[in-house]
Design a protein around this ligand. Structure first.
Ligand SMILES: C[S@@+](CC[C@H](N)C(=O)[O-])C[C@H]1O[C@@H](n2cnc3c(N)ncnc32)[C@H](O)[C@@H]1O
Length: 311
């Protein structure tokens, strides 16, 4: 997974305007804040350029993965408008635009440098520099997305207004950490209590079966550009973006049998899949002698739905 080529070229052009040493310092500051669970520093153009180069590919990949599952579950339900709050440089809007081809995209972002970059990257969107937790009401759109933003805003109570603005569905994405998942679990139970219907990732609407000591998260593999690698002194040409998410809709959708909640483990003649049925976490053993399940196991991936049984 990579940012779409035209977006990558534009982010590199924006990063080219900043000296490498400054960009590297800013990238280190962003990584440190992200790891510590603090809001990432985005006050100046250097920090925005560092975000574009080192964080946006990962947040784009997470949004793309969550929206792929959303689109699959919503099937042909029409989504013609997108509201992206705490939109940053537009990662989730870019992913949503490609998945849903909406007629209208609105982004709300309080950091003016991030909003300026979003305008360059998604010129067809309306980008408002504003605090999404403050306006009395949010403009109604078919799909509302809060990607890596609601937790950072520190205002879970704004969830109610996000839900009111969502005509079809609401997508909330947070870092794939224990704290990020606890937040998502709380979002999930509040939205279900408000009458929301589960879209993804959960296969059921009851109490989440994930044990308290564990956390439900997914991973999206992101290719690092040369600049990204140099900024992070990284040897690997990829990184895994870990994220937790939940999507609820106004109308029910048909839910899968189970979802794969860990990277599949392969051994000779055996594939082990950790799945969530919505009622329990279960390990599926796909053995070579059970040809159909084994074949499905070979195609299985972390975060995908699982319909083949054997649990
Ligand atoms: C970690 S970034 C995520 C950006 C983008 N959604 C993405 O996935 O790449 C969080 C963004 O939320 C913005 N933000 C946080 N609280 C906000 C608020 N109350 N109103 C508007 N934007 C906010 C920050 O300025 C920042 O750009």
């Amino acid at each position: 997974m990579q940012l779409p080529a035209e977006i990558r070229i534009r982010t590199e052009e924006l990063a080219d305007e900043v000296a490498f040493a400054e960009l590297k310092r800013a990238a280190a500051g962003i990584s440190e804040a992200y790891r510590a669970g603090r809001g990432v520093p985005l006050a100046n153009s250097t920090q925005v350029a560092a975000y574009l180069t080192t964080r946006m590919p990962g947040t784009y990949a997470a949004a793309e993965a969550a929206l792929r599952e959303t689109k699959q579950a919503l099937r042909d339900r029409e989504v013609t408008s997108i509201l992206d709050v705490g939109a940053g440089t537009g990662a989730a809007s870019i992913a949503a635009e490609r998945r849903f081809q909406p007629k209208r995209i609105t982004m709300i972002e309080r950091a003016s440098g991030m909003a300026s970059a979003a305008r360059v990257l998604v010129p067809e969107a309306e980008v408002r520099v504003d605090d999404f937790t403050r306006p009395p009401s949010l403009p109604p759109h078919d799909l509302v997305i809060a990607a890596y933003a609601l937790g950072e805003s520190g205002k879970l109570e704004v969830l109610e207004r996000l839900w009111q603005a969502a005509k079809v569905a609401l997508v909330v994405i947070e870092p794939g950490t224990p704290a990020g998942f606890q937040f998502i679990r709380e979002v999930r139970s509040r939205l279900l209590a408000a009458g929301g219907r589960m879209v993804a990732p959960c296969p059921a609407e009851g109490v989440c079966p994930m044990p308290q000591a564990d956390w439900c998260h997914f991973g999206a593999r992101v290719e690092r550009t040369g600049l990204h690698r140099r900024l992070k002194d990284a040897e690997l040409n990829y990184e895994d973006e870990k994220f937790s998410y939940v999507v609820l809709a106004r109308e029910p959708v048909s839910l899968p049998h189970a979802r794969i909640v860990r990277r599949p483990v392969q051994q000779p003649g055996l594939i082990m899949l950790e799945t969530c049925t919505g009622h329990a976490i279960k390990t599926v053993h796909a053995r070579k002698r059970e040809r159909e399940i084994f074949r499905a196991g070979r195609r299985a991936s972390w975060g995908a739905t699982w319909e083949a049984g054997n649990d």
